[in-house]
Design a protein around this ligand. Structure first.
Ligand code: ZN
Length: 350
């Protein structure tokens, strides 16, 4: 397999760089590529990291995962892009600095021809063209806010004009199987309306799902730092995904210890918001369960006097506390995982 300057052969690990655009200063802008090609044929799995430049964990997971599988007997190919957003990595920022865009909102966009696509979209188009050409599965590694319990976002699958219900069921079942194999707690994507509002159909995972490629998004703890226990769980999770795809013979020796026990599916939900500005004192931690009506935070003055208490009106798990303690009116306080009242399989009009 050839990707940029990486050229693999059966039984070899090849590294190189794929040029995504030219910089005004005369150098090419390149993403690193690591291709692990098995002796035997089999599926092609893409693993991508650090599309948000302040999320180094994905890159480190890929480094450790390649070390783990490089001497394994492998059927198929693993294509890794440790850093999808080199400009964001340089500046330790979520976005790229070309236009300050979030790179993970530009996949699978068909240009309307009115305005030429900006450079970040061109970069995403060039990367996605390679991914779409041969990916049998895509794992887009991310992290969330600094105080985050690790989990995997499982996207919803639509059927309708573009896809039969039978095909959608098949894609959903494969997706469920791979996400379960990865092993982190599973949280379904936001409600369908909110997914569209937030342009999440144009994340790498969203675009891949639209193209029939099973894809999911692990959130590997907090941004800026690599949390070693989460990193290890992700490396084991990747091995277990390959095992489920019959690409390696053994599952990972150790299983993840991260759990959000629930008797129904969970979905992402940003809640509660504060209607009072001030300094937030949290009463809860990521990974904990809260019941509807529980006070989760106090809003105080800088002198420490209580101004308000903020309660949740949904039960669920706390996935993340928001960063910073100074809050304005209607700022969100928590990312939660609440019981999902919507289906993982949707008609496109839903
Ligand atoms: Zn991210």
């Amino acid at each position: 397999m050839k990707l940029g300057t990486a050229q693999s052969a059966p039984g070899e690990v090849s590294t190189g760089y794929f040029t995504v655009t030219e910089l005004p200063t005369g150098q090419p802008e390149q993403v690193p590529v690591v291709v692990v090609e098995g002796e035997e044929s089999g599926p092609t799995v893409w693993v991508t990291g650090t599309i948000h430049g302040d999320e180094p964990t994905g890159m480190e997971v890929i480094h450790e995962f390649v070390d783990r599988i490089r001497d394994e007997s492998l059927s198929g190919t693993v294509v890794c892009i440790p850093v999808m957003n080199p400009s964001g990595l340089r500046t330790n920022a979520r976005t790229s600095y070309y236009d300050g865009d979030d790179p993970n909102r530009y996949f699978g966009l068909d240009g309307d021809g009115e305005t030429p696509p900006r450079v970040q979209q061109l970069i995403c188009d060039r990367l996605y063209e390679e991914i779409r050409a041969n990916a049998d599965a895509v794992i887009s590694l991310h992290t969330s806010w600094v105080a985050t319990y690790p989990y995997t976002i499982r996207p919803r699958v639509r059927y309708g004009d573009h896809r039969t219900k039978t095909d959608a069921v098949e894609l959903r079942d494969r997706l469920v199987e791979l996400v379960d194999a990865f092993g982190l707690p599973v949280v379904n994507q936001f409600s369908p309306d909110e997914t569209v509002q937030r342009s999440l159909d144009h994340t790498l995972t969203g675009a891949a799902i639209a193209d029939e490629i099973p894809a999911f998004t692990p959130e590997l703890g907090g941004r800026f730092v690599v949390e070693q226990d989460v990193c290890e769980a992700a490396v084991a999770g990747l091995q277990n995904v390959l095992h489920t795809l019959e690409m390696v013979s053994e599952p990972a020796a150790s299983a993840t210890t991260f759990e959000l026990p629930a008797d129904t599916d969970l979905k992402r939900f940003v809640h509660p918001h504060t209607d009072t500005a001030g300094i937030v004192h949290y009463r809860v931690r990521e990974g904990g369960w809260v019941d509807s009506g529980d006070v989760v935070a106090d809003i105080v003055t800088p002198c420490g006097e209580t101004k308000a208490q903020v309660a949740v009106d949904h039960s669920g798990y706390v996935l993340s506390r928001y960063e910073g303690v100074a809050v304005y009116e209607n700022d969100p306080l928590l990312d939660m995982a609440v019981p999902d009242d919507e289906s993982l399989l949707l008609h496109q009009s839903d």
